[in-house]
Design a protein around this ligand. Sequence first.
Ligand SMILES: [Zn+2]
Length: 293
Amino acid sequence: MVRLILIGILGAAFGSFAGAQVWRLRARQLVEDKKAGEKVSAKELKKLSPLIKKASKDRSRCLSCGHILAWYDLIPLVSWLSLRGKCRYCKKFIGWTEFLLEVGMAALFALSVFLWPMPLASFWQIMMLALWLAALVLLAILFVYDLRWLLLPDIVNIPFIVLGAVFAGIKLCLASDFTSTLTSLLGAVFVLSGIYLLLYLFSKARYGEDKTWVGFGDVKLGLGLSLFLGNWLLAFAALFAANLIGTILVLPSMLTGKLRGNSRISFGPLLIAGFLIVWLFSESILNLYQFIL
Ligand SMILES: [Zn+2]
């Protein structure tokens, strides 16, 4: 129990870290876009640019008043709750995202250790858990970033794939049945990434780069997710869950006519949500498959 609480606190700290990285990434993206000649919001750029100045690289600031935050403003969960989500200096509401990230990551870290399906006896087995926890931090950043700005930045997406490849590699080496583990892994990669790649390539060839049905970021995200799932049945379930959640969320606005058929929605957060649900319930899902097949 103590172990779970400690790992939960660690998760909350990493949730707080992920929240801070989201804004830094956004600031960097704006600067790059501006250099590339794209139109960026001057107001947003001005607000975020202090985050990437060298002198303040490691300091967190309030995004409203720019005040540098003290250590006691940055305690995960505690600071947000004691100030009821407001900045200590300008009293402006800083939003729910930070708090939800901290709570969510605390829960995910604790659940990961609690539900971890493998023994944690050898170095490599512990390494796999460490890789998984690191991947959760990257997923948190991708989730928030894509939800806000419809983009999965490569600077997070690529390291996520690398973590997944190492994770899958260790799993293969430890597997008692190498061939079936590899087959299932390749199946997962096809289901969660290959199908998207085909859809992406087809729609790109047919309708052009700006009108693809899926973003290339989703193809890359799907690759990372499938490497962690390593099982084509679970990959299929994750894809199904992502689409189901998406349909449930989109249906009300479709019916009221707020969302047209050609509106873009960010699919990354849905994929990540589907992936996490399937991962949490992987044992029951595999049992269910066995029952049906
Ligand atoms: Zn402030």
